[in-house]
Design a protein around this ligand. Structure first.
Ligand code: NAP
Length: 281
């Protein structure tokens, strides 16, 4: 695939960035739709992010995905924010429009969409349990409320971080201790892991899902694709949703805004990314 001097440009900024699947994901769509466009990884150290943010539109970039550790800095730097960015205090997608930068948080859409695709249309009458209170938990919690969850039962190792998240979202978050999990799971219809536990190189997430009699288990960790938590869920007949679904869906709004095509999640795209995750490419 060649590009011309008029190619549309976007990229993903992070530190480090070498592990990011986003260039492969956007590159797949660019090739699939035959676009004159490029999406590149941008390794930007925290102290250089503000300068890069100013320079990129001048270099012709239409926008940017932003990953760790820049999501809060991006929130502060943009000129306007969508509701999801305001709800989470973080920006993961920037659209440069002339001299203005619009900040969005498409993790919220991405996680909600992964649930909708799995048949979860409304959470109005579902008891929801979330593990973790880090950066990703904010997007997940906002997505759960967007699907009608009345409350979220939140469990995190560090109580202060759980309380900070509860303070951000208000009384709809109910904080519990880790020891309360068996009881919470006995009535839960949805469990979401937003901790990094279970990820390659991290300690395992040791939870017994037996008290959970029905429903859905989502794990936003996607390395490995089938985490031990999801394997356990599938084994006992619960629906399992992996983190790759969220990752692909969160990329769709940015791609549409920068390149003018609404991309879709196809089996062949998923297969392409799975082969990269499994080291086959
Ligand atoms: P983060 O801000 O660093 O938060 C990490 C969370 O994991 C915190 O709740 C932390 O608890 C918990 N944790 C870490 N080590 C733990 C341990 N040993 N025992 C108990 N809890 C532990 O990270 P993040 O940005 O939220 O990302 C979390 C995970 O989500 C990562 O694996 C990331 O790759 C994944 N993610 C996936 C997507 C996607 O599109 N699928 C998007 C974003 C993130 P404490 O508060 O107690 O430290």
């Amino acid at each position: 695939m060649t590009i011309s001097g008029a190619a549309k440009l976007a990229g993903v900024a992070g530190w480090p960035i070498g592990h990011s699947l986003s260039p492969a994901l956007h590159g797949y769509w660019i090739a699939e739709y035959g676009l004159d466009a490029a999406y590149v990884p941008l390794a930007i150290a925290p102290e250089g992010f503000a300068d890069a943010f100013k320079a990129l539109p001048k270099l012709g970039f239409r926008g940017l995905n932003v990953t760790l550790p820049h999501k809060e800095a991006a929130f502060r730097l943009v000129d306007a924010r969508d509701d999801a960015a305001e709800a989470t205090g973080a920006v993961n997608t920037i659209v440069f429009e002339g001299v203005r930068a619009l900040g969005r948080n498409t993790d919220v859409f991405g996680f909600a969409e992964s649930l909708r695709e799995a048949g979860v249309a409304s959470l109005a009458s579902t008891a929801v349990v979330v593990l973790g209170a880090g950066g990703a938990a904010r997007g997940v919690v906002a997505a759960l409320f967007s699907l009608g969850a009345s409350h979220v039962h939140l469990v995190n190792r560090t109580a202060e971080k759980a309380e900070a998240l509860a303070a951000h979202f208000g009384a709809r978050i109910i904080v519990h201790r880790w020891a309360a999990l068996p009881k919470l799971l006995s009535t839960a219809g949805l469990l979401v892991n937003t901790t990094s536990l279970g990820m390659v190189g991290q300690p395992p997430l040791e939870i017994d899902l037996k008290p959970m009699r029905h429903g859905v288990v989502a794990d936003i960790v996607y390395r490995p694709l089938e985490t031990p938590l999801l394997a356990q869920a599938s084994k006992q007949g619960l629906k399992a949703i992996d983190g790759l679904e969220m990752l692909i869906h969160q990329a769709r709004p940015g791609f549409a805004a920068w390149f003018g095509v609404e991309p879709t999640l196809t089996a062949s795209l998923r297969g392409h990314l799975v082969s990269i995750l499994e080291g086959r490419r």
